[in-house]
Design a protein around this ligand. Structure first.
Ligand SMILES: [Mn+2]
Length: 195
């Protein structure tokens, strides 16, 4: 029986120190996989370092709306942080450009960034929408939908979810950016996990 774990990590937004701390806490084995929900860049201190970390690890990732803004030849949006843009190599940009919008992890789980509708099957993990705590939604068909962007770059937490065991590992973030909108919605069919 396979014992490997798949860890999905929420929006990092340049928080490289928290990413190192999180991965150290997870302590992944050689069989384990790291998967990113996208948004490596913008807002925090060092987006390019986060991209490089994922690339060197051989991690899987989906493309976040912020990542896409860094794949142009020149920044077209004022949300692009020039220092992050300048630190990216052509290879980094190529990697970002080729990231898929959704990923089927092959274990009954799918990953999307979260800024688009999803019509795949199985359990779903997304980032993009900032929650004050990890959100686990039970859908009518028995599948689960997890929101794991807990606002690391706004002084919340950086979250990793293990698909196979539902373990949640978190490290404390730092307030590098003012919060745009933090949702604390907890609807009937949602379970807010206070971890
Ligand atoms: Mn984001």
């Amino acid at each position: 029986m396979a014992t490997s774990k798949t860890w999905v990590i929420g929006d990092v937004h340049g928080c490289i120190e928290q990413l190192w701390a999180l991965v150290e806490k997870i302590n992944p084995g050689p069989e384990d996989r790291l998967v990113f929900c996208g948004d490596f860049l913008s807002r925090g201190p060092d987006g390019a370092a986060c991209v490089r970390f994922a690339r060197e690890w051989g991690a899987l990732a989906v493309q976040g709306n912020h990542d896409r803004k860094y794949t142009d030849e020149r920044p077209k949006s004022n949300k692009v942080r020039q220092s992050h843009f300048d630190a990216l190599t052509e290879d980094d940009k190529e990697w970002l450009r080729n990231l898929p919008k959704s990923l089927d992890l092959g274990n009954g789980w799918q990953v999307i960034h979260g800024d688009k509708a999803f019509s795949g099957e199985g359990n779903l993990v997304h980032g993009h929408i900032v929650y004050s705590s990890v959100i686990r939604e039970k859908c009518a068909d028995g599948t689960e939908s997890w929101g794991i962007d807990t606002g690391c770059v706004y002084g919340g937490k950086l979250t990793a979810l293990c698909c196979e065991t539902r373990e949640v590992v978190q490290v404390k973030g730092k307030r590098y950016s003012d919060s745009e909108k933090v949702s604390s919605r907890a609807c009937q069919n949602q379970l807010v996990l206070s971890v």
